[in-house]
Write a protein that binds this ligand. Structure first.
Ligand code: C2E
Ligand code: MG
Ligand code: MG
Ligand code: MG
Length: 282
């Protein structure tokens, strides 16, 4: 009996592997085609200034409009795009499209503090030797003021090679861009390096924000990150704000910005523009 179930397990394993390899290959083929066929879409999630309650800008989040599978979320294809280097042309398109769109919205909705756009960089992009030149070119091509473009790199990316991260961030900083550390608190502690990163913003990971409601340990972690960031002269963005209670706590902690389903899900460009038209205040 033990033998039989062992064999069964083995077969399931092999079949599972085969399926995985097939989908991985299919995914890669489809991804290549997707770039030519322009199947990627950007959704825009509002970033709210907690002081004014108004929209300060948007984070651009990529999706794949797959002809058969429908809208595919980034976590399902970014890893393969990274492994195959397809992330390079994809990332160029993402940055260009986000800058183009925001420049249009800045002209349509002028405000004292111009709307900003936040773009996620992948590890591969971050290690491209000509990243700085590419971004500079994109700003020229789209007419966007570099001060209103924010680049997000994750804490883990920043910590992979601290010295080259600092050097690269300084070169990006020279373009007057804004820089943000994403998913803060989930990677290896960068506390001893944090003050050396020329970053403007820390984004507190959603996992801490979502558990802060009960005033337990996670509320204290969020508070500690905010105080730390402020001491280093950085702004804080809380991601994954889903409840009025979380919003109230974050305001009490003097967190500058919030992002999350409580305000809005990521929206297609038309819906984001409609939201800007209504000029909401939270
Ligand atoms: P991220 O940069 O940390 O983006 C935040 C993610 O949290 C987004 O998921 C967003 O839809 C989701 N989110 C925002 N507010 C809430 C909330 O209140 N509750 C919950 N449950 N979720 C919320 P999304 O769009 O699926 O993106 C997942 C990740 O994929 C991103 O995490 C980012 O690491 C990556 N990604 C997305 N777009 C891009 C891109 O254009 N380039 C690269 N390199 N990576 C991207
Ligand atoms: Mg992000
Ligand atoms: Mg994040
Ligand atoms: Mg995240």
């Amino acid at each position: 009996r033990a033998k039989a179930s062992g064999k069964a397990r083995h077969e399931v394993f092999v079949t599972g592997m085969r399926v995985q390899v097939m989908t991985r290959l299919q995914l890669e083929t489809d991804l290549r085609r997707a770039i030519e066929r322009q199947e990627f879409r950007l959704h825009y999630q509002p970033l709210i200034s907690l002081q004014t309650g108004k929209i300060a800008g948007f984070e651009a989040l990529v999706r794949w409009q797959h002809p058969e599978r429908g809208l595919v979320p980034p976590n399902d294809f970014i890893p393969v795009a990274e492994e195959t280097d397809l992330i390079i042309p994809m990332g160029q398109w993402i940055t260009h499209e986000a800058c183009r769109q925001l420049h249009l919205w800045q002209e349509k909705f002028p405000q004292e503090q111009p709307l900003i756009v936040s773009v996620n960089l992948s590890g591969k992009q971050f290690s491209q030797p000509d990243l700085v030149e590419q971004i500079e070119q994109t700003l020229q091509d789209t007419g966007l003021d570099g001060r209103t473009l924010k680049l997000e790199i994750t804490e883990s990316m920043a910590m992979t090679d601290v010295e080259s991260t600092i050097a690269l961030l300084q070169r990006l900083k020279a373009l007057h861009l804004q820089l943000s550390i994403d998913d803060f608190g989930t990677g290896y502690s960068s506390l001893s390096y944090l003050h050396r990163f020329p970053t403007n913003t820390i984004k507190v990971d959603r996992s801490f924000v979502s558990r802060m409601g009960d005033e337990g340990e996670d509320a204290q972690i969020v508070q500690t990150i905010i105080i730390l960031g402020h001491n280093l002269g950085m702004d804080i963005v809380a991601e994954g704000v889903e409840t009025a209670e979380q919003l109230a706590s974050l305001r009490g902690l003097k967190c500058e910005y919030g992002q999350g389903f409580f305000f809005s899900k990521p929206l297609v460009a038309e819906a984001a523009e409609a939201l800007l038209q209504t000029d909401p205040q939270w």
